[in-house]
Design a protein around this ligand. Structure first.
Ligand SMILES: [Zn+2]
Length: 293
């Protein structure tokens, strides 16, 4: 579909995994929405620039130095508009599937907005798909993309927990700088630099949320907690604080690093990337201390 340098051709790999360089800490960073390898069978009604507004553009690269600080890094290669690994498999509008589906569907509020398992609407609420997907095609997306990604995530977290007795997980995203017609804060509302979400204290120890918020503020960012984004399926499925599994979602305001209209880096890109490396280093140090405590 595209030959842009930042959009490699689609291949069979659902994700990239980068192991730590040097001593491992019990910290996984995942970027489920930065995939930009568009499959040939992906047809949409909208121009590339609108479609690509759905990506958490280049978040995998922004946090690409994490392995140098001892963290593991997992990043999806497939685009979230193709299938979203941060949604339940049954969070899909039955009207989007052409043909019988073998298991019950349970479309939630995200599906109602057109941003369920399969993206049906643009950020402005306009239709994105020409028509429903063949059931077989949806099944193929699940098997080729959704399952391998979620399996890699679960296995990585499981391995770290098994080796260290505890695991911390940052689920990294970027958000449009202003709310839209389909977001909880509504159109035109400017976001803070960072929104961190722990499902109102359910996906990690509150001390971890407070630590990350404090680190981000020390780096000069404005931070909101659980407002307007509390976190979604990935941290809900991964975080079990009672079992020493701590998952936290971070949404970064896109204006910090990109021009959202042209989907290009702005002058803030390198600073954000350096700050994220610093954040990962500080969180890595926290995990070493918390483990020893
Ligand atoms: Zn995202």
């Amino acid at each position: 579909m595209t030959t842009r340098k930042d959009a490699p051709p689609f291949d069979e790999r659902a994700f990239d995994f980068f192991a730590p360089v040097g001593a491992e800490v019990p910290l996984l960073i995942d970027s489920p929405h930065s995939g930009r390898s568009y499959p040939d069978d992906f047809a949409t009604l909208v121009p590339e620039r609108v479609l690509r507004g759905a990506e958490d553009w280049m978040v995998d690269d922004l946090v690409g130095d994490a392995p140098l600080e001892g963290a593991s890094l997992l990043a999806a290669r497939f685009p979230r508009a193709y299938i979203d690994p941060n949604r339940r498999l049954d969070d899909i509008d039955p009207g989007l599937i052409d043909g019988p589906w073998p298991t019950p569907l349970n479309p939630g509020p995200k599906s109602a907005l057109g941003i369920g398992l399969v993206r049906a609407r643009t950020n402005d609420g306009a239709p994105l798909l020409a028509g429903p997907l063949l059931a077989e095609a949806l099944r193929a997306r699940i098997e080729r993309c959704w399952r391998p990604y979620r399996r890699a995530l679960a296995e990585s977290l499981h391995g770290l927990h098994a080796r260290h007795g505890a695991v911390w997980h940052l689920d990294l995203h970027s958000m449009k700088s202003f709310g839209t017609a389909i977001t909880p804060d509504g159109p035109g509302v400017e976001r803070p630099d960072m929104v961190i979400g722990d499902l109102e204290g359910q996906s990690c120890n509150p001390a971890f949320t407070a630590f990350v918020a404090e680190q981000l503020r020390a780096l000069g960012y404005s931070v909101a907690v659980n407002d307007p984004y509390k976190g979604a399926e990935i941290i809900s499925g991964s975080g079990r604080p009672a079992d020493n599994r701590h998952s936290l979602q971070i949404e970064m305001k896109r204006a910090l690093y990109m021009d959202e209209a042209t989907i290009t880096a702005n002058e803030g890109y390198d600073k954000l990337k350096a700050d994220l490396r610093q954040l990962v280093a500080n969180v890595a140090a926290w995990t070493r201390k918390a483990k020893a405590a």
